[in-house]
Design a protein around this ligand. Structure first.
Ligand SMILES: C[S@@+](CC[C@H](N)C(=O)[O-])C[C@H]1O[C@@H](n2cnc3c(N)ncnc32)[C@H](O)[C@@H]1O
Length: 274
């Protein structure tokens, strides 16, 4: 193979062969005379601490290639098992209504739409967010990934939904913010580039750190789920006992909590009584 001086220059600047490869791959269509300038500009953003995903402008999640920028949380692999649980619940029936509250880039809603529809499911898929900027990017991602029809609704948690959605949701998913304000300064610097509203939540009513959004979602879920419908909520690794107690207090049944790919407590699963 011919040595590429630009590859060596980027590897040295980024101190990473892997990241140099990603950046150059991103610029493979750029004319040679513009390539070095563009590559060094991207490398500068990375050196200044911006996450690689934002620098590249898109990132894979399951079968999707999602546009990502500072309007949305970077989709995390920890969220992938939630999609598996949602698909299992959806595919146990033939059709239904799936809702993703706080959709961000659309990672959960679009994955369920694409993967369930490709297996023959007939679904209405609803994706909400309080951020109009996030919804605009999610809608773009839906087109880019040929996800089919998605209903995008803006508003705070259940306020975004239509009256007719009450008691109608077959599967209700959410990966809400769950970092406590007190914990925020201790987090990695790269997180400063992600939207605060996607990360930080108020504490729960009993003082559980970062539990406020999760508590709201679990508490109101029985009103919106169809009888037998499934609730799936991603939560912080320290929230296992709090989510289980909260789901039981809300009258949900078949309450279980699942580990993520790293073996940490991460996803609540519960059902509305039939
Ligand atoms: C942790 S991010 C998850 C994004 C995406 N679902 C994912 O898994 O990558 C949380 C999302 O919830 C949204 N959010 C925060 N507060 C909200 C609220 N009160 N109502 C609806 N969405 C909210 C944020 O804008 C953000 O997109």
């Amino acid at each position: 193979m011919t040595p590429d001086p630009l590859f060596d220059e980027l590897t040295q600047a980024l101190d990473s062969r892997r990241e140099a490869t990603w950046l150059l791959d991103e610029l493979r269509e750029v004319p040679p005379d513009a390539r070095r300038g563009r590559a060094l500009a991207l490398a500068r953003r990375r050196i200044d601490g911006e996450p690689l995903q934002y620098v590249l402008g898109h990132w894979p999640f399951r079968t999707l290639d999602l546009l990502v920028d500072s309007r949305v949380l970077i989709p995390r692999p920890e969220t992938e098992p939630l999609v598996d649980l949602a698909l299992a619940a959806v595919l146990a029936g033939h059709d239904g209504v799936v809702c993703d509250l706080g959709c961000g880039s659309g990672a959960i809603a679009l994955s369920v739409a694409v993967e369930a529809r490709s297996r023959g499911a007939h679904l209405e898929v609803i994706a909400t967010d309080v951020s109009s900027d996030a919804l605009a990017l999610a809608a773009h991602n839906a087109e880019r990934n040929l996800a089919g029809p998605i209903v995008f609704l803006e508003g705070s948690w259940f306020d975004a939904l239509r009256a007719g959605d009450q008691g109608a949701l077959t599967v209700l998913c959410a990966n809400p913010p769950y970092v406590a304000a007190a914990e925020r300064p201790t987090l990695a610097r790269e997180l400063d580039f992600e939207p605060e509203i996607a990360l930080v939540a108020p504490d729960g009513t009993d003082g559980t750190p970062g539990f406020g959004a999760i508590e709201t979602i679990i508490g109101k879920a029985p009103t919106w789920l169809a009888p037998g419908g499934t609730l799936l909520v991603e939560h912080g690794a320290g929230h296992r006992s709090a989510v289980i107690a909260c789901a039981e207090r809300a009258g949900l049944v078949e309450v279980r909590d699942h580990d993520d790919l790293a073996g940490l407590p991460r996803i609540l699963e519960a059902r509305r009584r039939r």
